[in-house]
Design a protein. Sequence first.
Length: 227
Amino acid sequence: MQAIGLDRLSYQSRWYNVAPERKFLFWLAMMALAFSLPPLGQGALLVVLALFTCWLLRMSFWRWLRWMAIPLAFLLVGVVTIVFSVTREPQQLLAGIPLGGYWLGVTAQGLSMANDTVWRSLAALAATFWLVLNLPFPQLIILLRKGRVPRLLTEQILLTWRFIFILLEEAMAIHRAQTLRFGYRTLPLSYRSLAMLVGLLFTRVLLRYKEMATTLEIKLYQGDFHL
């Protein structure tokens, strides 16, 4: 559902008709700012990009926050590993607890590095989300062609994008049918239904692939997609 939502949002952007090259250059400028500004400037850039994205896509700020929350868990895991340090010298720690012959705690250097990492990552993530949410897939193909990306790689990206939607469509159809039959009423039933969903999903995606291959053969497919 997330990928489908992203695809639909890109078509309602106020910048839908703006050339993809300009969008890409704007993204490069925002990424340069995200990596060069101090934390305060990165925070200001994050706010500006959030408001600009919401205005372009005609969506609420809370919806933008939900999109940003998706990769936030991965960022937090990385930040935790930066904040905490293991050492034999507890005097270097601002706070810590003993673990055998070692100490686990927080250092001033770790806090400073974590602060820089958080704001840099959030600003870069907001800039990347801006590009993804404002660049429909056909424009991405145009951008790849003008960037002289090998044709084979472009075709692989096209097919992968297509199969993401096939996968999600089949998964949602199976999940909906299982829900109507109370397949997720209890925890044991949920595990059983999830296992069935994975098995059925693999089978149905293979069938969809065979249908697509048959369609391409009927259309005299010669190994190249018209891009």
